[in-house]
Design a binder for this molecule. Structure first.
Ligand code: TXA
Ligand code: MG
Length: 312
């Protein structure tokens, strides 16, 4: 299953131009896109038919690249040094100058990062020299692919290039550990056993669901909400409201997609909400968004962002 430098260069070019490339990792095949491009990241959600914008994992060739994107404390770095490249994803705070699309982290100020252990993935990431988002390369709700043939069957029509790197050695998604709180927390069990991680740390990992309250902080935090109140399905702003338009009828000001394209709207969603929030507006009114294609995910996120804040 050898891959030529030529193919790697082709794939890097496709990614640089905003296209999608499916590539093998040691866990499962990933559906890769340039993590710094809002448009390319929106295409990933579109191709997978994701009804929601879950934050995506950003792939880099080594720890040095990872440290340009996120803030690694002592323990996060220790795990990276022990297990990268390998089936471990580390969630850390985004650096202020992090170039990764806000859509990739679903509007959060954190980032999930990993260094995959596969020669094709490594060569591609090194050649591109940009971070790559890569969810599993399957349509949403379907089983993760562990061969190129699985990817072809599921996503063949929508991906510019599918690398064949043979069967994935691990066959299970990476283990995700978050360093956003005082203690490292296991967010998703996966290809790296918890015991191995705990041995390196010298203490137990907190597990979501350990606490008495039903919602782990990590889960609450994974719902990005602007400071401003949101009013949805608004045809026009009222007095004192900032407005986020959609479609050709709203010409002045922030518009998710003047042409009414939901993929473009998805690409702009989190960035524009952040920008409007930063103006200090108390309320943001958002135009109606069609619920077809990525519109479903956009409306899902908007509804969560508009929901009354609970202190729980
Ligand atoms: O093995 C893997 O990790 C594969 C291969 C292709 O690398 N990728 C993968 O990606 O499983 P994906 O998109 O299916 O998993 C993303 C998950 C999200 O559902 C979420 O649980 C977590 O990663 N995640 C991403 N960003 C996060 C963040 N900022 N905070 C907390 N969790 C995050
Ligand atoms: Mg998946």
């Amino acid at each position: 299953m050898s891959v030529s430098p030529h193919q790697i260069a082709d794939a890097a070019r496709i990614l640089r131009e905003g296209g999608l490339v499916a590539f093998p990792t040691e866990t499962v095949y990933g559906l890769g896109a340039d993590a710094t491009s809002d448009r390319a990241v929106a295409r990933v959600y579109d191709a997978k038919g994701r009804p929601r914008f879950n934050p995506l994992i950003v792939h880099v060739p080594d720890l040095a690249h990872a440290e340009r994107l996120g803030v690694f404390g002592r323990e996060a770095r220790r795990l990276a040094e022990a297990f990268w490249p390998g089936p471990l994803t580390i969630v850390v705070k985004r650096r202020a100058d992090c170039p990764v699309s806000l859509l990739a982290s679903a509007g959060l100020d954190s980032l999930a990062i990993r260094v995959p252990d596969h020669p094709v993935a490594h060569d591609l990431l090194a050649a591109l020299d940009r971070p790559v988002v890569a969810p599993s390369a399957n349509p949403s709700g379907k089983v993760s692919p562990t061969t190129a043939e699985h990817v072809r069957k599921g996503l063949g029509g929508t991906v510019a290039m599918i690398f064949d790197g043979g069967a994935c050695a691990v066959g299970l998604e990476s283990t995700i550990v978050s360093f956003l709180e005082d203690e490292p927390r296991l967010l998703r069990p996966g290809g790296l056993a918890r015991e191995k991680i705990e041995r390196v740390l010298g203490h137990a990992l907190v597990t979501s669901g350990d606490e008495a309250q039903p919602n782990a902080p990590g889960q609450i935090e994974s719902h990005y909400a602007p400071r401003a109140q949101l009013r949805l399905d608004a045809d026009a702003p009222q007095k004192d409201e900032a407005y986020l338009g959609f479609g050709p009828s709203y010409k002045n000001g922030a518009n998710l997609s003047p042409s009414g394209d939901v993929v473009e709207a998805a690409a702009n969603l989190f960035r524009m909400l952040h920008e409007l929030d930063a103006t200090g507006a108390k309320r943001i009114a958002v135009a109606p968004i069609p619920s077809t294609g990525l519109g479903e995910a956009i409306n899902d996120r908007l509804k969560r962002a508009a929901a009354p804040r609970s202190s729980a």
